[in-house]
Design a protein around this ligand. Structure first.
Ligand SMILES: C[S@@+](CC[C@H](N)C(=O)[O-])C[C@H]1O[C@@H](n2cnc3c(N)ncnc32)[C@H](O)[C@@H]1O
Length: 301
């Protein structure tokens, strides 16, 4: 997979997923940098689930695994398990090459696992009822447009005692060390939220997970919230790397991301340009401005 095609355009998946971001080499580099910043934000570990209970696990999945960085970490943590990395786009061959032998890769849309025609045998095998010890999903908010269905699929596929860990963002902007929401009054923000809603995407994939997991029959055993900083602040020392990553690698993607979301909801070129300028000004308007990142962990009774 190259960085762009011969016209210099970014490369995207060609599946029925609602996912709006590219899948090229530049995107893979962004995802790996983001993964490292998340580990720092969480205090040094990529996962917060109780792994001590997973010592004899036999099967796990990293849903929407991207470059496979977390899949490899899970495979190293639970060597007894076959650990699948599932994504709508292929994992880079270089990662597949260095991954431990208990990692396995599958291509498919997690929301289509019951559709035997469109999804292959690997998906059927991964989500067979009561077979999984651990389901991990991180930063899937721009890809999944039916969260109730997602947690029901995961719940059905987990063994009794199996664990699900979901890490995701709420798509709103807050003042540092407070719950004061800054974005509700921004014009461009309202336009983007309405575009996301039209695409069936949620702006509360982080904080909304616990309730949806409970509705899917899972017992929530922990929620932890972190500040995913857009501008580094000494008040959020664990989010310094995050702020630097956002400045260097996430914000350059914003104009294209906003263009996709806003043009799908019918905004004119001029309108998109005006709203994008507002956005790029507002989201770096003060130190420590952040989105809320929630880690939710639940167990199948
Ligand atoms: C923002 S990336 C996060 C990647 C990885 N979880 C991480 O944290 O590094 C979201 C990933 O989810 C994948 N994705 C989006 N919709 C999906 C779907 N319906 N089924 C499976 N994967 C999906 C995308 O292709 C992308 O690789």
């Amino acid at each position: 997979m190259g960085d762009s095609n011969e016209n210099g355009e970014r490369q995207y998946h060609n599946t029925n997923s609602a996912y709006v971001l590219p899948n090229d080499a530049r995107e893979q580099d962004r995802l790996d940098t983001q993964a490292a910043a998340i580990v720092e934000m969480l205090g040094g570990a990529p996962f917060l689930a109780p792994f001590e209970g997973l010592k004899n696990a036999s099967k796990a999945v990293d849903v929407g695994c991207g470059t496979g960085v977390a899949t490899v970490q899970i495979a190293n943590k639970i060597p007894s398990a076959k650990v699948y990395g599932l994504d709508i786009s292929p994992v880079p061959p270089a990662v597949q090459k260095i991954a431990p032998g208990n990692a396995a890769w599958a291509i498919g849309n997690v929301l289509d696992v019951d559709n035997k025609e469109s999804e292959g045998e690997a998906c059927q095998e991964i989500f067979a009822p009561s077979g999984l010890d651990y389901v991990f999903g991180r930063m899937l908010f721009l890809g999944l447009n039916d969260w109730s269905r997602y947690f029901s699929i995961a719940s059905r596929a987990l063994k009794s005692g199996g664990i699900i860990e979901h890490q995701d963002l709420d798509w709103a902007f807050y003042r540092v060390a407070s719950s004061e929401c800054l974005s509700d009054k921004w014009e461009w923000y309202q336009a983007v939220v309405s575009g996301l809603k039209k695409a069936g995407l949620s702006t509360r994939s982080g904080s909304g997970a616990a309730q949806l997991m409970a509705e899917a029959g899972l017992e929530v055993i922990g929620t932890h919230t972190f500040e995913f900083s857009f501008v580094p602040s000494t008040k959020t020392p664990n989010s310094q790397a995050m702020g630097r990553y956002v400045q260097a690698k996430l914000l350059p993607n914003y104009p294209e991301l906003l263009r996709k979301i806003l043009s799908d909801s019918g905004a004119s070129e001029e309108e998109i340009k005006r709203l994008s300028e507002q956005c790029l000004r507002d989201i770096v308007s003060e130190e420590g401005i952040h989105q809320k990142y929630t880690v939710t962990i639940a167990r199948k009774p």
